[in-house]
Design a binder for this molecule. Structure first.
Ligand SMILES: Nc1nc2c(ncn2[C@@H]2O[C@H](COP(=O)(O)OP(=O)(O)OP(=O)(O)O)[C@@H](O)[C@H]2O)c(=O)[nH]1
Length: 290
């Protein structure tokens, strides 16, 4: 399995920006892909956040498996980690995110009020791996894209605040997160989810990874989508054999690349049905999905 890596320069720059902006906000919204909730999360964000609360927002829940989503929600709850699960394209995300943020920051706001400080909006930053849905969420949160000006942290440093509601403001630039993969599998998961530029990894490798997973965990969905018979599955002993069979079923003769692209596209778009590729039980004692 090829090891996929980001460029270390990107990673360092993104984290530096996130750390620099941290003092300006009350809360961090860390978006994770509900189909790969482990692999799309970055432990560095928790470190950069320090004492600041972090709200995990699981996106693309419409493409995720319902039962597995419930498992993840229970897992995060047990860890005391605030979490929201949503489809970033939903119309009511602003309400959900604002209400949850107010709940998390309730004590801080009461404390400020007791000190005689004026009521103010909650300030937040939004971070997450590429393609997780940051811009979509921000667009819904800030419907009219109202930029807030004035003498407050961030404005002086050239950072714009966008008003979501009377109770919530957001830094205008979502932090694109690059991180070091704890395992090769994590890189493959992210590539499959669409978080990594297609030019950075061999498509057939990721397609083989996907097939291996699907054969083991979702054989029915795999067979239904590509009209595979039991004999097809039994005869295609190795993953490359199965890719060849599927390539032929797609009518692409021996064009593996085209079939690989189609398979990856189908998975990303939910054409095989809702699928979550990671469950909390996959994590080892160090909390890594190897
Ligand atoms: N099905 C589904 N699609 C989503 C959801 N959120 C975002 N998308 C789609 O995912 C793609 C990427 O969304 P963006 O909002 O551009 O993601 P981003 O995190 O801003 O991406 P970068 O700019 O690369 O960091 C778009 O095609 C969105 O329409 C979701 O919750 N469900």
């Amino acid at each position: 399995m090829a090891v996929i890596q980001w460029f270390p320069g990107h990673m360092a720059k993104a984290l530096r920006q996130i750390r620099e902006q941290m003092p300006l906000v009350d809360i961090v919204f860390e978006l994770v892909d509900a189909r790969v909730p482990y692999s799309s999360q970055n432990p560095e964000v928790a470190l950069a956040a320090g004492d600041k609360p972090r709200l995990l927002i699981m996106t693309k829940t419409d493409l995720a498996d319902h039962d597995r989503l419930a498992e993840w929600l229970a897992f995060f709850k047990k860890q005391g980690q605030p979490v929201l699960a949503l489809d970033s394209r939903q119309q009511n995300v602003a309400k959900l995110v604002t209400a949850k943020s107010k709940e998390i920051l309730h004590d801080k706001m009461v404390e400020e009020s007791a000190k005689g400080l004026k009521k103010r909006p909650i300030r937040a930053m939004c971070v997450g791996v590429p393609n997780v849905g940051k811009s979509t969420l921000l667009n819904h949160l800030v419907k009219k894209n109202v930029a807030v000006t004035g003498n407050r942290p961030g404005v002086t440093t050239g950072q714009q605040w966008l008003r979501s509601s009377a109770d919530l403001e957001l830094l205008d630039t979502p932090g694109v997160l690059w991180h070091k993969f704890a395992s090769a599998k994590q890189g493959q998961m992210l590539a499959l989810s669409g978080a990594i530029k297609d030019s950075l990894y061999p498509k057939d490798d990721v397609a083989l990874f996907a097939l291996h997973y699907l054969r083991e965990h979702q054989p029915t969905k795999l067979a239904q989508r590509y009209r595979l018979t039991e004999a097809d599955l039994a005869d295609s002993v190795t993953d490359p054999d199965l890719l060849l069979t599927i390539t032929q079923k797609m009518g692409f003769h021996d064009d593996y690349d085209r079939a690989s692209e189609r398979l990856i596209f189908d998975l990303r778009k939910g054409k095989l049905g809702p699928i979550t590729m990671e469950v909390p039980g996959d994590l080892n004692a160090e909390g890594i999905n190897e």
